[in-house]
Ligand binder design. Sequence first.
Ligand SMILES: Nc1nc2c(ncn2[C@@H]2O[C@H](COP(=O)(O)OP(=O)(O)OP(=O)(O)O)[C@@H](O)[C@H]2O)c(=O)[nH]1
Length: 194
Amino acid sequence: MSKVPPKVRKIAVLGARSVGKSSLIIQFVDSTFSESYYPTIANTFTKIIKHKGQEYAAEIIDTAGQDEYSILNSVHTIGTHGYVLTYSIASKSSFDMCGVIRDKILNDTGMDWVPIVLVGNKTDLGQAGQRAVTEEEGKAIAAKWGALFVETSAKVGTNVTRIFELMLAQIEKPNGEEADPKKSAAANNDCRIL
Ligand SMILES: Nc1nc2c(ncn2[C@@H]2O[C@H](COP(=O)(O)OP(=O)(O)OP(=O)(O)O)[C@@H](O)[C@H]2O)c(=O)[nH]1
């Protein structure tokens, strides 16, 4: 029997500067972490993920950090299936930036909903008393958007693969199905990173 080729799914990782977008992707793709900071211009990574028996080639676009003045590049939206909106739990302004970026995506695509996973990164800094955004605040805004939510640490490796499992569940959920984090989380027990 011939093997079904992987379906390509383009995922853009967006968020303010220095929130850990590249670190999360590199931790996911390579299982490594670096304390050094090199601002990103643009990069694409590919990783095969198995979800509900189907292989997906996740094409992950790492972007330069955004601010309120940056214009969303249509390179990030054209052909994009899902968005990972990232903030640092130690930075309220980076959390607020996710809302600004979401508005820009909706405006650019003309959609009133797109698949989003909201990610609160750098949870390890919470242990150091640097938390500025509570988990409840993250959950609440994600629920308002019909998005899925997860807190992560690229440094420790916490929940990094979960981001992409949730992203595929959000992209592949049947049309018209209400965003339900619990349902999607359950669906994801069937998800394997290859
Ligand atoms: N403590 C801690 N530091 C992190 C974590 N993730 C990233 N960092 C650090 O934060 C800094 C910025 O990380 P990057 O991954 O380059 O951030 P970015 O969002 O890609 O940055 P831009 O390319 O400018 O948009 C680096 O010094 C990382 O080592 C984390 O989970 N915990």
